[in-house]
Design a binder for this molecule. Structure first.
Ligand code: FAD
Length: 526
């Protein structure tokens, strides 16, 4: 309260600035205003002895005016307010300054309440303190509410910190408003990257715009992402739940309008162990499947090879019969017998051919599913790890951050890329070159997934680049060990065609051999 605007309560001579107001408003109006004010008001002498108390004072304290007039304000003290508080109060008053604070008061009936008190000096024209003015209100309920909020906040913080899932709350600008210990640990693991940003980026890649700030986002559940973490960039899997929380604005501007702010809460569950176990089981199943497929394939190749070899003498015999028939009756009487014998041989041969053909294991059309190419290529490399290590081959594999799903036959595509990696390993191992590097790149271009498998082996001469996809074409010697049937790339070609794609040897690659596989993304659905 400024001294020159402070009308004296005892001395009713107003200061000049307020003279007009007091002319218009009689002193009784001021008295009634104070008397009926809803705030508990008291006026004391310089020792805090009460000279006046209004109706609200009576209502608040339980003391009628005549019960407190002449008594000290300390009658309201509950005797457990720290001394320091009173010292501060009196210190301010001695400096002719107002003081405000909270005291524990006791009503006439003994009930305690919290009083939010403002005390101020009342000055006369000579700038001397002549009285003290006290105004207080009961803030017990408000304090209880505040405490409840504080307690709940503390409990929530404790519970959130004890949770073994990482929790983070983001505002509309994606700034962190609240996070727990598990989230902070994740942030330390991912540093310098911020987990929430990495996760939002991955989620947007998978789900498009999250639309949280524009109010259309509804949240999501169990969305799984994979992050490469730590010095060794180890894969970790996280299951993410996202919920949109609407919270009322706390600023004064929004008191009547109550616009809502939208927050996104991410609950990040580490499911790495589960995924690792699933992955190990999946890899074991895949190994069995591939081993079975490979043994069937080598049987197919062996039988097809035998059929191919078998067909030649049969063709020769057929040609010989045709020739002998043309010369029938000419000179030799034996012709008829020879033809007969040959016919028998051809018929027996055809019968054997047919039996052999039926013995070739049939290929199953397989089921088409949605395939994550990154996952598939990673599995192929994992399956070949033993051979790659054995031959001291360095692997350079850069999966793209995000790869759209491709619809195809998973086990056939596995066989395709395993064949290409096996070929590359064999080419580098057999060439004896000291630089052994296998490079695998996958990318999406013009609606195709393009995978290139490059090696630093001897490469394929220009004249063979098309022929190596032909059946039984092989640059390797035929051995008894079963290798060298020359069907590997034919099968690669076959699988690529099943997926409406193309495969070729890159003519521009100079370091060895580079096989390029193009698989369209939007076809091949069944
Ligand atoms: P002490 O603080 O030890 O004081 C003893 C006596 O001296 C009291 O009469 C006190 O009023 C007076 N006194 C202390 N210091 C000074 C000083 N520097 N100058 C002059 N006199 C002094 N207290 C409450 O607990 N609840 C209230 O609601 C409350 N309202 C107040 C309203 C006003 C307008 C004023 C001026 C004071 C108010 N007080 C209130 C403070 C109260 O006067 C006591 O200081 C306080 O209650 C402590 O009591 P005490 O018995 O320990 O007295």
């Amino acid at each position: 309260m400024a001294k020159d605007k402070q009308p004296s309560i005892k001395d009713d001579t107003p200061v000049t600035a307020d003279a007009q107001v007091l002319d218009d408003l009689p002193a009784s109006v001021f008295f009634q205003a104070v008397e009926h004010s809803p705030v508990a008001i008291s006026i004391t002498d310089l020792h805090a002895n009460i000279l006046y108390s209004n109706r609200a004072f009576t209502k608040e304290t339980g003391y009628a005016s005549d019960e407190v007039i002449g008594r000290n304000e300390s009658v309201l003290s509950n005797r457990n307010t720290p001394r320091l508080v009173y010292d501060a109060l009196w210190g301010r008053l001695q400096q002719q300054k107002p003081w405000s604070g909270v005291l524990v008061n006791r009503r006439k009936d003994g009930k305690r309440y919290l009083a939010e008190l403002v005390v101020a000096p009342v000055l006369n024209d000579d700038n001397e303190t002549i009285h003290y003015l006290g105004m207080h209100r009961d803030v017990t309920e408000l304090y209880a509410l505040e405490q409840r909020v504080q307690n709940q906040k503390a409990m929530i913080e404790k519970a959130v910190n004890a949770a073994n899932v990482a929790i983070v709350l983001l505002d509309e600008d994606e700034k962190i408003v609240l996070d727990n210990l598990a989230y902070k640990t994740l942030a330390a693991d991912l540093a310098p990257q911020e987990p929430s940003q990495v996760i939002l980026h991955a989620l947007r890649n998978e789900m498009g715009d999250l639309d949280v700030s524009r109010g259309r986002g509804k949240g999501f559940k169990d969305h799984e992402i994979r992050l490469e973490i730590g010095r060794n960039r180890q894969s970790r899997w996280y299951s993410i739940d996202g919920s949109v929380i609407e919270i009322g604005d706390e600023t004064a501007d929004s008191f009547f309008a109550q616009p809502e702010r939208r927050y996104l809460m991410l609950v990040i569950k580490d499911v790495t162990e589960l995924r690792r176990r699933q992955h190990a089981e999946q890899m074991n199943a895949l190994k069995l499947l591939i081993a079975e497929e490979e043994s069937l394939q080598s049987m197919r190749e062996a039988l097809n090879g035998a059929l191919y070899q078998f067909q030649r003498p049969l063709n020769l015999m057929t040609a010989a019969v045709r020739m002998l028939e043309q010369r029938k009756g000419d000179e030799h009487a034996l012709t008829e017998q020879v033809i007969g014998a040959l016919r028998e041989a051809i018929s027996a041969g055809n019968e054997a051919h047919e039996k052999l053909e039926n013995a070739v294991p049939k290929e199953h059309p397989g089921v088409k599913t949605s395939i994550n190419m990154n996952e598939l290529l990673r599995n192929v490399l994992e399956l070949c790890t033993g051979d790659l290590l054995k031959h001291g081959i360095l692997v350079d594999w850069h999966p793209p951050l995000h790869m759209p799903a491709l619809v195809g036959n998973e086990s056939r595509l596995h066989s395709l890329f395993k064949q290409l990696v096996d070929n590359a390993i064999e080419a580098m191992a057999s060439s004896g070159s000291s630089r052994r590097e296998l490079n695998m790149v996958a990318r999406v271009e013009g609606g195709d997934v393009i995978v290139t498998v490059s090696d630093t082996g001897p490469g394929v001469p220009e004249e063979n680049r098309t022929r190596i996809f032909e059946p039984f074409f092989s640059t390797k010697p035929h051995t008894n060990q079963g290798a060298g049937y020359g069907m590997g790339l034919t099968i690669v070609q076959e699988i690529v065609s099943e997926h409406l794609g193309t495969v070729y040897i890159d003519p521009l690659y100079q370091e060895g051999c580079r096989v390029c596989v193009h698989l369209p993304l939007n076809t091949g659905r069944s």
